[in-house]
Design a protein around this ligand. Structure first.
Ligand code: OGA
Ligand code: NI
Length: 343
């Protein structure tokens, strides 16, 4: 790990260096992107008893039209969310030497992407990716610092996985698939935390390129600083940061399994001039050798299969994995081990 990849102090600059400026057609520009009030905020407390059917309807509707929704009263304790956010903020503020002292197998930390030298324009972020499956085996390799990292992040991941599987069950019911249908395709959990330092000119830079997640679903915690944007009907719309709410988005694997009924939307992260932003994404992914194909129950004469069957590992390495910009993204992740290819 060289210093350049993890030198967050570098971001303390008065103007955006040339190598971080995206060309005009790819940069966010000065256009004001509104925060979208129509991304549904779904109250999961009501997902039991008589209201369950309404919650399933809300989730189905959002997953079909937008591919994004937020959840509140989701069962993950506020305390663990706040502590996990604190851990990652502290983690990213450690010195490059301290970060580099984490054991090798603990994950991958880098500025922008793994191949800083080759990637072209750099992303305005630091990223830490950490394998978490199976949790008991991975946890021993995780960082020890900040204090209680393993304990807190481990608890967070267990709670968020429970929530993810609960949301998948509601989606499963909404699609009228048999209970447990996604069990095999939802085994792997991967954590990816991003730190976006304040940027002197956010109109020139990107925190994450436009992409689609190659997951089943993704659960993002963005704390109280917005920056995530979704592409809908030819426009970018902002996803409001609501403390203690999780953003849920449909990954392209679920779009395929649902035979196109559910939508996996392109999204990106932008920076802002005043506040540092930290986000915590957890992906629920199929394991490498899992076969992904449209569910038989959703395919018939009127709805022929829109996608062919493939092994998940083939898909992740293919030119479709991250949507139209896959080429650019794959250049960014080319040196990542296969098991964690994500962004
Ligand atoms: C991702 C992602 C958004 C964010 O990690 O795939 O889209 O706000 N993150 O960091
Ligand atoms: Ni994403």
């Amino acid at each position: 790990m060289d210093d350049q990849k993890i030198a967050s102090s570098w971001f303390n600059v008065q103007s955006v260096p040339e190598t971080y400026r995206f060309p005009p057609e790819r940069r966010p520009g000065k256009l004001i992107v509104p925060l979208c009030k129509t991304i549904p905020v779904i109250n999961l407390e009501k997902a039991t008893g008589v209201d369950r059917i309404h919650i399933i309807q809300q989730i189905s509707e959002a997953s079909q039209t937008l591919g994004f929704f937020q959840v509140i009263n989701h069962g993950v304790s506020e305390n663990i969310i706040v502590e996990t956010m604190r851990i990652f903020k502290d983690f990213f503020s450690m010195s490059p030497e301290e970060k580099a002292s984490a054991p090798n197998k603990s994950g991958w930390i880098y500025t922008s992407s793994t191949d800083y030298a080759k990637e072209g324009v750099h992303l305005w972020r630091e990223n830490f990716k950490q394998p978490c499956h199976p949790l008991e085996e991975c946890i021993q390799f995780w960082p020890n610092e900040p204090t209680r990292y393993r304990d807190i992040v481990g608890t967070y991941l267990v709670e968020v996985k429970k929530l993810s599987l609960r949301i998948l069950e509601l989606i499963c019911e909404g699609l009228r698939l048999e209970p447990g249908y996604f069990k095999e395709q939802s085994e792997v959990q991967l954590l990816s935390s991003n730190h976006y330092p304040p940027c002197p000119d956010p109109s020139l830079t990107l925190g994450i390129l436009r992409h689609i997640d190659p997951s089943l679903i993704t659960i993002v915690y963005q704390g109280d600083v917005s920056g995530l944007q979704v592409f809908k009907d030819g426009q970018w719309i902002g996803v409001e940061a609501i403390p203690n709410a999780f953003v849920v988005n449909i990954g392209n694997q679920l779009q395929i399994i649902s035979n196109g009924k559910l939508r996996s939307a392109e999204h990106r992260a932008v920076t802002n001039p005043t506040e540092a932003r930290t986000s915590i994404a957890t992906f629920i992914n199929p394991s490498s050798n899992c076969i992904i194909e449209p569910a038989q129950a959703l395919v018939n004469a009127l709805n022929p299969p829109l996608y062919e069957a493939f092994l998940y590992k083939e898909f992740v390495n293919s030119s479709k994995a991250f949507g139209p910009d896959t080429d650019a993204i794959q250049k960014l992740i080319s040196s990542e081990p296969e098991c964690i290819k994500g962004k």
